[in-house]
Design a protein around this ligand. Structure first.
Ligand code: NAI
Ligand code: MG
Length: 502
């Protein structure tokens, strides 16, 4: 892999803009420590959403490839990794963290080409991935058990064993972040991995597997099989050699994964959709709240499971707030992610159609469009899959656009009479992933935080927190927690040992 010292960051961006691709992208699956051809030798195209054109090919994997990857992971788990000294596991993860940093530009350019996201966001995701490995590197030798007081005749204690071979099904909106957030704790716990990145964004998971190998991870501990959900993802989730599945994606696919896991009683963590509320109360700091709401819905063009896609605004400040917000939304620049726009394209033509459909139906039902509301293209090239930063108002709680995840840059506005009404609206959802609260009254903030049904609540800064803070959903947003030490527990099984010693 070329390092950023060989080709500087700006060179890579300029080169990628000129050629429309990135030289030296991985080819094949990553199995047993190296790149291998797919069993059926079929390939698929990956698209650059900023141009709406294919820019590279990757392996279209099938059940045979999944079998090879699972066998390789099982062998590496049983013969090497589960017995590797915890301190040594930590050193490998720490080296991986540094190598991710060394390859920051290359990974970020690959991520932007493949997903469409602005290069600054891609760089942030790569830094976050490095930080994730750093965080879990330090946890490898601190997976401590407990002892239990049974009196003088017994000794009882617990140990945390790795669950075994873990499957990671990764979506296209945060390819490297989601991979890192699963790989690092799984490896820290002593598990071996088979991952299946989304077919829209296969490359950075493969690059990460290669980096882990360069960091000293034994062959077979981390495997990546690319391909579609039906041909590669489903065989992986059904595979009897898998002990745990971490799935991030849609509710519909999550349901299928959970059913597949049921056959073998395989453990699952499901991180699914959201329709997360941002509650803005009349005593908030307006500038802080406007900036927060904008980032919550327009970062990654709104394609974030935890996007703040519902603004719940207290009526006395509604008109002033919405006028300022709409002006800011209209001023956001759109463009190819490599040119550093405020907002990039959405990931696929299908996703663009889906977003446009939601807004068209809301419009038909009499909603008011305060900003945006149209599909568009990169103003420089006339190409790509873009949707204008959009605000939809005059809605009632049962409207489709209030209840369903759009997964695009579309904010639905709801009005609240007071904090209690805001709370009721916030919880009136099938989802419960995250929520934001903007207020200068800390008592109200924490009272709402306690009563909002969500896995994570942000006060006065949306997306506050980092890898240290557990993350995951309630209700149809799924269950299980990633990140933090809690995230590590998903990859461990507790064994308790009780002995009579007299
Ligand atoms: P998806 O949930 O089908 O895809 C996510 C991952 O699951 C991909 O790697 C895919 O290949 C894999 N997959 C698909 N079918 C599978 C199966 N039967 N067994 C195992 N793995 C399978 O989501 P998709 O189709 O990409 O997007 C549809 C909608 O889902 C989006 O419009 C968005 O609303 C939502 N979504 C939510 C995400 C989140 O972070 N919560 C991420 C991606 C999509
Ligand atoms: Mg792509």
């Amino acid at each position: 892999m070329t390092t950023s010292t060989e080709t500087s960051g700006t060179d890579l961006v300029t080169e990628a803009l000129r050629t429309g691709t990135l030289a030296g992208l991985p080819e094949g699956h990553f199995i047993n420590g190296g790149f291998v051809r797919p069993a059926h030798n079929r390939r698929m195209e990956s698209f650059d959403p900023g141009r709406g054109e294919a820019f590279a090919e990757f392996a279209a994997g099938t059940a045979e490839d999944v079998d090879d990857a699972v066998a390789s992971a099982r062998h590496a788990f049983e013969t090497v990794w589960r017995d590797t000294l915890p301190v040594e596991r930590g050193r490998i993860l720490m080296r991986a963290s540094r190598l991710i940093q060394d390859n920051l530009e290359r990974l970020a350019v690959a991520e932007t080409l493949d997903s469409g996201k602005p290069i600054a966001e891609a760089r942030g995701d790569v830094r976050g991935a490095a930080r994730t490995f750093e965080y879990y590197a330090g946890a490898c030798d601190k997976l401590e058990g407990e002892s239990f007081p049974l009196g003088p005749d017994y000794l009882a204690y617990s140990i945390h064993e790795p669950v075994g071979v873990t499957a990671h099904i990764i979506p296209w909106n945060f390819p490297i972040s989601t991979a890192a957030r699963g790989f690092a704790p799984a490896l820290a716990a002593g598990c071996a991995i088979v991952a299946k990145p989304a077919e829209q964004t296969p490359f950075t998971a493969l690059m990460l597997a290669e980096i882990l190998s360069q960091a000293g991870l034994p062959d077979g501990v981390c495997n990546v099989v690319t391909g579609t959900g039906a041909e590669a993802g489903a065989p992986l989730t059904r595979h009897p050699g898998i002990d745990h599945i971490t799935f991030t994606g849609s509710v519909a696919t999550g349901r299928q994964v959970m059913k597949a896991a049921a056959d073998d009683i395989t453990r699952v963590v499901l991180e699914l959709g959201g329709k997360s509320p941002v509650v803005v109360l009349k005593d908030c700091d307006l500038d802080q709240a406007i900036a927060g709401v904008l980032g919550a819905i327009y970062e990654n063009a709104g394609q974030i499971c935890s996007a703040g896609s519902r603004l719940i605004i207290e009526r006395p400040i509604q008109d002033e707030f919405l006028a300022a917000l709409a002006a800011r939304a209209k001023a956001l620049s759109l463009g190819h992610g490599l040119r550093g726009p405020d907002v990039g394209p959405v990931n696929s033509a299908a996703q663009l159609d889906k977003i446009a459909g939601f807004v068209a139906r809301a419009r038909q039902q009499g909603a008011e469009i305060l900003a945006g509301g149209k599909a568009t293209t990169d103003p420089e090239t006339g190409k790509g899959w873009f949707y204008e930063p959009t605000i939809v108002a005059r809605l009632s709680p049962r409207d489709e656009i209030v209840q369903e995840e759009v997964f695009g840059p579309v904010l639905a506005v709801q009005s609240a009479e007071d904090a209690d009404h805001a709370l009721a609206l916030a919880n009136d959802s099938q989802y419960g992933l995250v929520a934001g609260v903007y207020t200068s009254d800390l008592g109200t903030a924490h009272r709402l935080a306690r009563r909002i049904d969500a896995g994570q609540v942000f006060i006065n800064e949306y997306f506050a927190g980092g890898i240290e803070v557990p993350f995951g959903g309630n209700k149809k947003s799924g269950f299980g927690r990633e990140k933090g030490l809690e995230g590590l527990k998903s990859y461990c099984k507790t064994k308790s040992v009780a002995a009579r010693i007299t």
